[in-house]
Ligand binder design. Sequence first.
Ligand SMILES: [Zn+2]
Length: 258
Amino acid sequence: MTDLQRYKQYEAGALCSVAGCDALAEFEVYLYDYYIDTAVEFFEQDLTCPFLCKSHMEQNEAEADGERRPRGQIYYPFSNGHYAQGYTKYAPLASVFPVLFDATGQPFTKEVVIAYQTINDELIQFLSKHPDKLHDLDPRRFEELVAELFRKQGFQITLTPQTRDGGKDIYALKHDQFGKSLYLIECKRYAKHNKVGVETLRSLYGVATVENATKGIIATTSSFTKDAIDFASPLEYKLSLRDFDALSEWLIDYTTDA
Ligand SMILES: [Zn+2]
């Protein structure tokens, strides 16, 4: 998001963009589109409605009319005032500008990040038929995809902020009849020939141990070096390696689940 096009900079104390609303802005609003044929993304701040408070964000979603799909057209009550192709996404300002929010002590609502930034079904359908296109996703988008695959399996997901993940990209928490499990997931969107090495595994294993996680999982679009596989094999209850073939199966499972 470093080169994200912005029309209006956020400043602490900025208000929701809905006329007459005097609530503090809580979300930055984006116009998003995905050109499937070329695997190119369009992602910029919504110039007609750059910020929303939580209740107007929810109303904007609830009253949206149209299909959220690449090249789709959706009517929104507040955002996308020019009725451009694509659809609206939101990010909590606290996650977009963590420094500002840390400084003012406002809460960081991480849980909602994924709820409004999910990879859409049509993209997953497409990737399940053309898994080689996984290599064209940008690395953050790949993390969001993996997060969505886990979310579908009943996990609560938190994506870590991009610049400070410290060896894990996703926290996936499940609470079921057996208790709580926490998986730390590291995503490596690598080219086919660029195998994931043992260093990545050591680092994730270290973080998972320190954070008392149930297990660490590495998901990659390539595969693993022999050293990495040897390192992981005695740790099979603590470390899982998931390569391109496993991801392709996950995508198919996702699209065939009811
Ligand atoms: Zn508002």
